[in-house]
Design a protein around this ligand. Sequence first.
Ligand SMILES: Nc1nc2c(ncn2[C@@H]2O[C@H](COP(=O)(O)OP(=O)(O)OP(=O)(O)O)[C@@H](O)[C@H]2O)c(=O)[nH]1
Ligand SMILES: [Mg+2]
Length: 373
Amino acid sequence: MFSFFKKKSPPIAPVAPATAEHTPAPLAPASPVEPSGGSLTPPATALAPSGGSMIGSALAAPITVADVPTTQPPERQKWLAKLKAGLGKTAASLSGVFGGAKIDEALYEDLESALLMADAGVSATQFLTDTLRKRAKAAGVTHPVALKNLLIAILAELLQPLQKPLVIGQHTPTVVMVAGVNGAGKTTSIGKLTRHLAEEGASVLLAAADTFRAAAREQLSIWADRNTVEIISQAGADPAAVSFDAVAAGKARGKDVVLIDTAGRLPTQLHLMEELKKIKRVIQKADPTAPHEVLLVIDGNTGQNAVSQVKSFDDALGLTGLIVTKLDGTAKGGVLAAIARERPIPVYFIGVGEQLNELETFNAREFAQALLA
Ligand SMILES: Nc1nc2c(ncn2[C@@H]2O[C@H](COP(=O)(O)OP(=O)(O)OP(=O)(O)O)[C@@H](O)[C@H]2O)c(=O)[nH]1
Ligand SMILES: [Mg+2]
């Protein structure tokens, strides 16, 4: 297993476009791999960021997305700087609580208010302040700065269960279904994720299961072009049928990953939630083990409403992971603490902008520091 985000050397060639899908460009000096029985296996897609792992349909080890790099590549540093800037207002308000010279009841009250203002929600706010009081007493903490460091550690612990890798390669293809409310950033995140996957040499097939709007299909096909990957798209078709076709095509073509983009919907639109369930059922007909991942994309600006979105979509679909977008803007960030407390579903990725390279893996400690530094 290795991280998607380790710096690669030599530079990576993009996944081959449609016409050459069965013979992707070698990603590194390739030592040919014997096909495991079938002409669909590429001769070699060797990529050796550190451990010389093999990917493509001759995967020797699953790809793990979300290992924390020991040294931060420049791209992640840029992403982190943007995340910190986005959360800057929250960080300033939370840090301000610890600006005095002593720890007293007023400090704890201010902290409670600041956490609530940061969208942490009642449960996580209570948990964090109660735990902080107990630990500070036990450790004999007397200075506000030390108290703040203690809070960073407690917040990181609370967020830790959300830090989990997205693993690609245990199934061929790994089928990933992506859902969320309108405009959350589903299609953009799929585009960015495709880029990461393609960079690691994984072959990706996109499925435009947002079939109602021509613009939605068009948007996804632009991302497909940018990443030179294939797309299954059919105007006016049933989204479940497009998803079925995509999984079947993914299997037939030996793709590593099938990413299914769905139309935005509110959890209160019951018929549309039923449609999502149908997509999932129909995917299972094409591959009984799929979908292997059901991701919810959440707009980081949604505040506490994000928690109810997570609960509703999880109840309907059984979510395996989250992508939280738009943490570069006015988002307050505390909602991750609320999610950790109320429905701890792994946060695979954080988006901080509209560019291809502005999606990175979630790291609990890093995030806690960004929120409180
Ligand atoms: N600032 C910022 N904008 C983002 C981010 N992710 C997506 N966007 C923007 O949010 C808007 C909506 O993104 P889409 O990817 O179309 O969202 P969607 O969920 O696919 O939307 P529907 O398919 O209409 O439900 C676009 O303008 C994106 O460029 C992000 O991380 N940061
Ligand atoms: Mg979309």
